[in-house]
Ligand binder design. Structure first.
Ligand code: SAH
Length: 196
């Protein structure tokens, strides 16, 4: 079937950490994503000073861009190296502290306070730890999640959304029988069943 060849695929946490260690991070882009620029108005919907969530954030440059616009940014990422690179590449001073609710988890926060990046698995987070968000930028996140974890991931995202929250999702369209991913192929029908 369509996506059958990817259904059982798993990329482990160790494999992601290894990618960061080896510099095998072709998914990282130095330029802001053109679709975020194009749909920024949809994300903001006339509002200012939003809390915006970046699931599986890597060192996405859009975090700095939105923070500079006056929004507060929260991200989550497995790789500590990614988060430290983010702050150092943007010359942002930060501090580091443990997350009491998550054993082994660390919070990296810009000294100015408007960028908080959680170093842990997304599956360790809940709204009682990070609160709820007015907007979510999902690029390289749902498509990086193992197909068997999509349902869990989607219910978590829904849980992290405020009432009038907007969610921008970028997926990648290709033939899943020819490439193993990630990024995985997530058909539109599945997005509809995951998010309603
Ligand atoms: N959204 C980013 C990065 C995409 S790549 C961007 O646009 O550049 C996916 C990232 O998710 C990787 O950096 C990987 O280390 C991280 N990741 C994978 N599984 C994760 C998990 N369970 N929890 C948190 N981060 C995870």
């Amino acid at each position: 079937s369509d996506v059958g060849s990817q259904k059982e695929r798993v990329v482990t946490e160790e494999e992601w950490l290894q990618k960061w260690e080896m510099g095998d991070i072709g998914f990282h882009k130095e330029q802001r994503h053109r679709l975020l620029q194009k749909y920024l108005d949809v994300l903001l919907n006339g509002r200012s000073g939003l809390r915006i969530f970046f699931p599986l954030c890597g060192k996405a440059v859009e975090m700095k861009w939105l923070a500079d616009m006056g929004h507060s940014i929260v991200g989550v990422e497995l790789s500590e190296e990614a988060l430290k690179d983010f702050f150092s590449e943007h010359s942002l001073p930060y501090c580091e502290e443990p997350i009491p609710e998550i054993s082994g988890g660390k919070l990296f926060q810009s000294t100015s306070g408007n960028i908080s990046l959680y170093c842990c698995s997304i599956y360790d987070l809940s709204s009682s730890i990070v609160g709820k968000f007015d907007g979510i930028w999902d690029r390289g996140a749902l498509v990086a999640v193992n197909p068997c974890d999509r349902q869990h991931y989607a219910s978590l995202m829904i849980n992290l959304m405020e009432k009038n929250s907007s969610y921008l999702l970028v997926t990648v369209s290709y033939d899943p029988n020819k490439h193993k991913g990630p990024p995985f192929y997530v058909p539109e029908s599945e997005i509809k069943s995951l998010f309603g």
